[in-house]
Design a protein around this ligand. Structure first.
Ligand code: IPD
Ligand code: CA
Ligand code: CA
Length: 276
C-alpha cells in the first residue's frame, strides 16, 4: 500500500529545526577533527546525529535508518531514514555560515518525504512525493532559464579521495559556457537552491545517499529533473548527480558527453599567461 509522506512532514520539520538550533548553539565553538586528510568532522555532527536518531527511534521504533556519522538500523523495515546531521561540515568548522540538516524518509524504496533546514537563514525546505516542494510553507518551483549561456550553476568537490576527482575539468568547461558556477559547500542546500530557482542546475561526482536523498526529492517535486551524467534515472546508489530545471537537462548532458570524450577548450599554461 502506498504511504503518503505528507503526514510525516510536520514532525520532520520540527526535528530538523531542533537539530539546526543545536548546530547554531555550537557554531564557532567546536574543534576540527579529521576523518581523512581533508575530511573533517566535529562534535556538532555527532551531537546532531545523536539527537535526530534518538528522536526517530523513540517516535518510529520499527523504522530503519542510515546516518552519515555511523548510525545504522537494518531490520528489513518498509521505512528507512537518510540522515545528514550537518551538511557543510567544512564550512561549519571554519565559521562559514552555509550548512544545513537534511532528513529524508523512504517507504518501500521510494523517497516519500524530505526536509532540509538552513538554521543560519531560517529557511525550511520540505517536499513530499506527489505534493510539491515548499520553502517556509510557500510552494517553490525551478527556474525557467532556457539556455546554459544564461544560467547560474553549482557544483561541489568531495573531501574524501579528492585527488581522484575529475570535476575541475567540468568546472572549467561549464564556467566558460554559463554565467558562472558556485561552490558553496553544502550539496543538500545546492539541491534546494535548484528547487527554488536560485540555481538553474547542480552536479557533483561521488555523493552519498544522505547528501542527496532529501534534496533530489525537493528538485523533482519543484519541477526539476535529476539523472546521472549519462541521463539514466537517479537512484539512491547513484553517486553522480545532475539536477536541473528540466529545460537545461539535454544541453548539459550534451556538454558532459563532450567533456567525457575530451572535446574541451584548453587552459593557457601559466607561462603562456605570464607571457601575455
Ligand atoms: C559534503 C558537502 C559538500 C560536498 C561534499 C559532501 P558533508 O557533505 O555536501 O558540499 O561537496 O561532497 O561530502 O561532509 O559536509 O556532510
Ligand atoms: Ca553531506
Ligand atoms: Ca555531514
Amino acid at each position: 500500500m502506498p504511504v503518503s509522506g505528507q503526514s510525516f512532514l510536520q514532525p520532520m520539520r520540527e526535528l530538523a529545526q531542533d537539530a539546526g538550533a543545536l548546530l547554531m548553539s555550537l557554531f564557532g565553538k567546536v574543534a576540527i577533527e579529521y576523518k581523512g586528510d581533508a575530511d573533517l568532522v566535529t562534535q556538532a555532527d555527532r551531537a546532531s546525529e545523536k539527537m535526530i536518531v534518538e528522536r526517530i527511534r523513540k517516535q518510529w521504533p520499527d523504522h530503519d535508518l542510515l546516518g552519515e556519522e555511523g548510525s545504522r538500523t537494518q531490520t528489513g523495515s518498509d521505512f528507512r531514514w537518510y540522515i545528514d546531521p550537518l551538511d557543510g561540515t567544512t564550512n561549519f568548522a571554519h565559521g562559514y555560515p552555509v550548512f544545513c540538516v537534511s532528513l529524508a524518509l523512504e517507504h518501500q524504496g521510494k523517497r516519500i518525504a524530505g526536509v532540509i533546514y538552513d538554521p543560519t537563514r531560517q529557511e525550511m525546505f520540505s517536499a513530499s512525493l506527489g505534493s510539491g516542494a515548499q520553502l517556509n510553507g510557500k510552494p517553490i518551483h525551478v527556474s525557467r532559464t532556457l539556455r546554459l549561456v544564461e544560467s547560474l550553476l553549482a557544483t561541489g568537490f568531495p573531501s574524501h579521495k579528492r585527488h581522484k576527482n575529475p570535476n575541475i575539468h567540468f568546472y572549467h568547461q561549464i564556467t566558460l559556457r554559463s554565467h558562472g558556477i558556485r561552490r558553496a559547500g553544502s550539496a543538500a542546500l545546492d539541491l534546494c537552491y535548484v528547487a527554488c530557482g536560485r540555481y538553474d542546475a547542480f552536479w557533483e561526482f561521488n555523493l552519498n545517499p544522505w547528501d542527496t536523498a532529501a534534496g533530489v526529492l525537493m528538485v523533482e517535486e519543484a519541477g526539476g529533473k535529476v539523472t546521472n551524467f549519462s541521463g539514466a534515472p537517479f537512484s539512491i546508489e547513484s553517486r553522480q548527480v545532475l539536477a536541473t530545471n528540466t529545460l537545461l537537462h539535454t544541453e548539459l548532458l550534451h556538454e558532459f558527453k563532450e567533456i567525457f570524450e575530451g572535446r574541451v577548450e584548453g587552459l593557457p599554461s601559466v607561462s603562456e599567461y605570464l607571457a601575455g
